[in-house]
Design a protein around this ligand. Structure first.
Ligand code: PMP
Length: 433
């Protein structure tokens, strides 16, 4: 630590005015201890903290920065849009262009609405599903986070797991009485839930690759059954692709399941993060007949002063256009696999238990022999060892997510040299050097 630690000074100042000194809990380093880094600026695969220390950034704003920071085409689009005005509260052509782009890339979406955060998108999806089906119950899974709307704030992983709250204070029990929480990847429980409650279920919401309990995939047989049971019982299948959308593949996680399950499609999809390219922008969409239930056409109310913001849509649109360059996802996946394979090899050489998985530019790792399949198994992992690894890597200039419940993200700006430097740092840590 420097004689004058500006991160610490800023934290002390921030704590006077902002609860915990942060505007989103996981930023506080509560799980791993120590002083959060206050970011001064970022470029490409790096950011610099208030002490001027550089880090290889593997959180990328928790997913949005798939092109890396300050991509020239995105920057130019944002600067141009800003000159034309920040917000109008009236429709713009760019909103249509972004909607057209999303609908083109995700065929399950016929219509969509733009909002400003994943939380808003998830919350509105639930309301729409309930309004469209006339039913009340929703099914979610332990360890899946869908934003902090009351009805969804039950056993929601990541920040909440870290803070040990299975749910939050301030959420009355009657608000979550219609939320059924099941174990991820547990087929018998899924069958039983539909057998008992099927006719009352408005929707089943799932993170297809759960990034809020590190990185846990829903198995193909599990997802197939989710689809079949929803169809059979008239419930809507809602994919929360806030994290996975345009991150694991150009067609999202749904395109990966469609490779194994013929004709597979969710009814509704929740998007965020990458579609805004780092600006506050999210969306939800799906089948036309369902989406037409939204105001002003239908009876389900939903609105937003800043929805479809012109600067955010410019940022998102420029980002989505870059992603469609030939070979983008092949290169991104290869870089991510190079990182996870390098870490796995370094761990094996040092005799450290390690397992890892990745898809596109999203990855996870556990200091365990075997990948967990559900939240209970993730909770059984030893956080002390993770926390030590996290801090030792941070000291060496590598910024992984500051909690073992979080996925990691590689961007197109990460070079093979960045990956090699990361693996070399891990070797140093595990050699006790
Ligand atoms: N769904 C998922 C899968 C997420 O990972 C997140 C945020 N990490 C959200 C919803 C909520 O998005 P936001 O933070 O933009 O409200």
């Amino acid at each position: 630590m420097q004689a004058t630690d500006r991160n610490l000074a800023l934290l002390q100042r921030a704590r006077q005015l902002i609860p915990g000194g942060v505007n989103s809990p996981v930023r506080a380093f509560k799980a791993v201890g120590g002083t959060p880094r206050f970011v001064q600026r970022a470029q490409g695969a790096y950011f610099w903290d208030a002490n001027g220390q550089r880090y290889i950034d593997y959180i990328g704003s928790w997913g949005p920065m798939i092109l890396g920071h300050g991509h020239p085409a995105v920057l130019e689009a944002v600067q141009r849009a800003a000159l034309d005005g920040f917000s109008f509260g009236a429709p713009t052509e760019r909103e249509i262009e972004l909607a057209e782009e999303i609908v083109k890339l995700l065929p399950s979406i016929e219509m969509l609405r733009l909002v400003s955060s994943g939380t808003e998108a998830g919350m509105s999806t639930i309301r729409l599903a309930r309004g469209a089906t006339g039913r009340s119950k929703i099914i979610k899974f332990e360890g899946c986070y869908h934003g902090h709307a009351d009805a969804l704030l039950v056993k929601a992983g990541s920040g909440l797991a870290t803070f040990g709250h299975p749910t939050s204070a301030g959420v009355p029990p009657e608000v979550v009485q219609h939320t059924l929480v099941l174990e991820y990847n547990n087929l018998p429980q899924l069958e039983a839930a539909f057998a008992e409650h099927g006719p009352q279920v408005a929707c089943l919401m799932i993170e297809p690759i759960a990034g809020n309990m590190n990185f846990v995939r829903a198995s193909v047989p599990f997802m197939r059954r989710c689809r079949e049971l929803c169809t059979q019982h008239g419930a809507l299948l809602a994919f929360d692709e806030v994290m996975t959308g345009f991150r694991v593949a150009l067609g999202g996680a749904q395109s990966l399941y469609a490779q194994h399950i013929p004709g597979f499609e969710p009814d509704l999809t929740v998007l965020g993060k990458v579609i805004g390219g780092g600006m506050p922008l999210a969306a939800f969409g799906g089948k036309r007949a369902i989406m037409e239930q939204l105001a002003p056409l239908g009876a389900v109310y939903q609105a937003g002063t800043l929805s479809g913001n012109p600067v955010a849509t410019a940022c998102g649109l420029a980002t989505l256009r870059e992603l469609q360059r030939p070979g983008f996802y092949q290169a991104l996946s290869a870089r991510t696999r190079s990182l996870t394979a390098g870490l796995a090899q370094a761990a094996a050489q040092a005799g450290v238990p390690f397992c890892t998985d990745s898809e596109g530019g999203m990855f996870g790792f556990f200091l365990l022999e075997q990948l967990p399949q559900n939240y209970a198994a993730v909770l059984r992992t030893d956080s002390t060892r993770f926390n030590h690894f996290f801090h030792a890597m941070l000291e060496r200039g590598v910024y992984f997510a500051p909690a073992l419940y979080e996925a990691g993200f590689v961007s197109a700006a990460h070079s093979e040299a960045d990956v090699e430097a990361t693996v070399a740092a891990a070797r140093g840590v595990w050699a006790g050097g």
